[in-house]
Structure formats: structure tokens, C-alpha cells
Design a protein around this ligand. Structure first.
Ligand SMILES: C[S@@+](CC[C@H](N)C(=O)[O-])C[C@H]1O[C@@H](n2cnc3c(N)ncnc32)[C@H](O)[C@@H]1O
Length: 276
């Protein structure tokens, strides 16, 4: 495993505990995003599906209710275990799990009718390789569906981690380097699907409301726990005092987006699909 991927594996292993703890909260807040992905995936009961970078189980768990069978995979064994435990608890006997790097999928050619990946492809050092792997394991006519972030200048990031990004003034990663915003440029994921051999493809940008049903203090508790590995990097870069200023600003932003019931920080995403 190369050094970058080992770092990704370690950071997400560290995040697995909080992701498992707060899964229900995040699944609810991001449900609009999941609905758009499920619509792009067009699942049917006859399908054998594969979810990549499954994290704590979205969209794997809701999708398993809509397809014949589903294999949920992630680079990080602790994430895969969360999904296996949830599937068992929810009686989803058609969901199996496997640790897998999406750049080297441990499956024979032409095994799946559907591949999904929400907020995962952007972390691959060689996303072209991942897309070729997805294409390889799809049956002819099979479909792949993705969600990626649009540009960071959007309410969700401006209210939260964008505060840290601005204060730290870290240089923007080179366009081809892995980052959450790797496919922010409209059409870039659709172009990548084309290069990987997908015959038909589509990409659309959506504004999605993402209400956090709770107080700003509760959202901060959840969010700072889930993002702790990233926030620690910012704390080192900024020093403790400036980091605490940023935290104050984020908490004030969450208050400003609170309507008395929910914290409303809409997101902008791209949803793309391709057919083999
Ligand atoms: C932002 S989370 C997305 C989780 C879930 N799909 C969701 O939308 O809530 C990113 C996930 O990508 C996984 N990941 C990163 N690089 C990967 C790779 N090369 N192959 C498979 N999974 C990877 C991480 O372990 C992490 O669980």
C-alpha cells in the first residue's frame, strides 16, 4: 500500500468509531443526498449490487432493501464491520461485506448489475484505475452511480470546515491530487467516466437541503467528533489560539443557520451515472 493510501486508511480507521456512533444522525441529515443517488442508481429487485467506500453504511443499507443482493466494501475493515453489524441488526440477510480497495477490486469480471459510491471516489490516488475496475466488474449494460462534492463555496462548507480552510490558507491541492473537491469542476466526473469506457453517462448538479434536526451545540458535538482527524491537522497548522477562534466562528455560523428546530446548511453536489 503506498504512503498516501496508508494515511487515508489510518485517518478513516480513526474516524470509524465516531462514524459508527453518529451514523443515524448523519444518515438522516444527508438523506436528500442519498435519495438522489438511489434515483440515479435505479435499483431493482433483480440486481446484484456493489457499494464502494461504504463508510458506516450509506447508501449500502437503504439500497440493500431495493436490490436482490448487495456487497458493501471499504478500504477500512472497521468501517466494513459497522455495516456488517448494522445489516445483522436490521435483518438484511442479502447484504454481505468485504474489505476492498476500489482501485483493485477483489471480484471477477462482469459480476454486478449496479455499482454505487457516495463521497468516496475522490479519495483514490488513481481514480481512473478505480473507474476502470468498476467498469470491469459490471455486467454489460450495468450501471454505476456516484455522488461527489461541488465546489467548496457552498453553505455547508462555508459554515463549517471552510472557516478552518480560510484561516489556515493552505494551498489548494493540485487539480489531480485526491481531495474532497477533486470532481468539483462540473462535468469532470462525467469526462472521467467516458475515459474509463462507459458508453452512456450523465452528470447533474443539485442543491440539497440538509437539515440537522437538533441544536447548533448538538451539531457541533457530532460534527467535531466525526471530523476529528481532519480538525486535528488544522489545529496543528493554526496553533491552539487561532484554532479556538475558528471553532467559535463555526459555532456562531451554526447558530446563524438555526431556525429553532434544525440547523440548515444546504449542500451542492454532483450526481453522475454511467452505463457499461
Ligand atoms: C466520506 S466517507 C463516505 C462513506 C459513505 N459512502 C457515505 O457517503 O457516508 C469516505 C470513505 O471512503 C473510504 N475510502 C477511501 N479510499 C478508499 C479506497 N481506495 N477504496 C475503498 N474505500 C476507500 C474511506 O475508508 C471512507 O470510509
Amino acid at each position: 500500500m503506498n504512503a498516501y493510501k496508508e494515511q487515508v486508511r489510518q485517518e478513516w480507521t480513526e474516524s470509524a468509531g465516531p462514524w459508527g456512533r453518529w451514523h443515524a444522525r448523519f444518515a438522516e441529515q444527508f438523506s436528500g443526498v442519498t435519495e438522489l443517488l438511489v434515483a440515479a442508481a435505479a435499483p431493482t429487485r433483480e440486481m446484484r449490487a456493489l457499494d464502494l467506500a461504504c463508510g458506516s453504511g450509506v447508501p449500502a443499507l437503504p439500497l440493500a432493501r431495493r436490490v436482490g443482493s448487495l456487497v458493501a466494501t471499504d478500504l477500512v475493515p472497521d468501517m466494513v464491520k459497522i455495516v456488517a453489524d448494522s445489516a445483522r441488526a436490521q435483518g438484511l440477510g442479502n447484504l454481505t461485506t468485504q474489505t476492498a480497495d476500489m482501485e483493485a477490486l477483489p471480484f471477477e469480471d462482469a459480476q454486478f448489475d449496479l455499482v454505487t459510491c457516495r463521497f468516496g471516489l475522490m479519495f483514490c490516488p488513481d481514480y481512473g484505475q478505480a473507474l476502470r475496475e468498476i467498469h470491469r466488474v459490471l455486467k454489460p449494460g450495468g450501471r454505476a452511480a456516484f455522488v461527489v462534492w461541488a465546489a467548496p463555496d457552498q453553505p455547508f462548507f462555508n459554515a463549517t470546515s471552510g472557516v478552518l480552510m480560510k484561516l489556515a490558507q493552505l494551498p489548494a491541492p493540485p487539480p489531480e491530487a485526491p481531495s474532497p473537491f477533486r470532481f468539483a469542476k462540473p462535468g469532470s466526473l462525467s469526462d472521467a467516466l467516458s475515459r474509463a469506457g462507459f458508453a452512456q453517462r450523465d452528470e447533474r448538479t443539485h442543491e440539497v437541503s440538509m437539515p440537522f434536526h437538533g441544536t447548533p451545540a448538538q451539531m457541533w458535538e457530532v460534527y467535531s467528533d466525526v471530523q476529528r482527524a481532519i480538525f486535528r491537522r488544522f489545529e496543528v497548522a493554526l496553533g491552539p489560539e487561532r484554532y479556538q477562534d475558528a471553532v467559535k466562528q463555526i459555532r456562531a455560523n451554526l447558530e446563524a443557520h438555526f431556525d429553532g428546530k434544525s440547523v440548515n446548511t444546504p449542500a451542492r453536489i454532483h450526481v453522475a451515472w454511467g452505463v457499461k
